[in-house]
Design a protein around this ligand. Structure first.
Ligand code: AMP
Length: 214
């Protein structure tokens, strides 16, 4: 099963993609997580991506496309994958489609999580993430068991540098301008499912599971 998650920052893509990963037993691939890891390690890619990310801007297509296509070649992706945060531009969507067509493994489902922008700022400024990739929490809506600590590994949760209001606005603009056209791109291909993201996490998870036949 090959699934894409689309949705603005804070729509719950990461949370829902991680949940679906457990249900389908295929990896969730987040370009945001892969890029943050590259920045943390100080790799060449990390150095190139860092300034775009901290400004809330998109990292150039060729860097992100190479990153994700390389990741998709790993063995754990042989049974499929869930893409979270990729593609984010038409050029990325086209590159992905071409790469998957070459191996006759097209994307079967695109989940768009739809939610109004004014609901998202509060979600994002209160979001805290585990640096070891165990997920994310919210200081009010979904607090961890122990304040400021990951429920899984106990590590101190981080407030992402781009989860501050002025960067959030830039990220919304990038979404509207560069990523929203993908809704039409995948509608034309007939595999888009629109999910209302302004509901309880469990309800959203159930609807997504139905949409992908999990
Ligand atoms: P995310 O964790 O998905 O919110 O991504 C965090 C940041 O990483 C974004 O604001 C971009 O700077 C960068 N990024 C992640 N995925 C992509 C992508 N597909 N294309 C370009 N930049 C990306």
């Amino acid at each position: 099963m090959r699934v894409i998650f689309l949705g603005p920052p804070g729509s719950g893509k990461g949370t829902q993609a991680k949940r679906l990963q457990s249900a389908l037993n295929i990896p969730q691939l987040s370009t945001g997580d892969l890029l943050r890891e590259a920045v943390r390690k100080g790799s060449e890619l990390g150095k190139q991506a860092a300034e775009f990310m901290s400004a809330g801007k998109l990292v150039p297509d060729q860097l992100v496309i190479a990153l994700i296509l390389t990741r998709m070649e790993q063995d754990d992706c042989s049974g499929g994958f869930i893409l979270d945060g990729f593609p984010r531009t038409l050029a990325q969507a086209q590159a992905l489609e071409d790469a998957l067509a070459a191996v006759s493994k097209p994307v079967q489902r695109v989940i768009e999580i739809r939610i109004e922008q004014d609901k998202l700022v509060e979600r994002l400024v209160g979001r805290r993430i585990c640096p070891n990739g165990h997920g994310e929490w919210h200081i009010r809506f979904n607090p961890p068991k122990q304040e400021g600590r990951c429920d899984t590994c106990g590590e101190a949760l981080e407030h992402r540098d781009d989860d501050h209001e002025e960067k959030i606005i830039t990220r919304f603009e990038a979404y509207r301008k560069d990523t929203e056209p993908l809704v039409q791109f995948y509608t034309d291909r007939g595999n888009l499912a629109v999910i209302d993201g302004d509901r309880d996490i469990e309800d959203v998870t159930r609807e997504i599971a139905t949409a992908v036949g999990a």
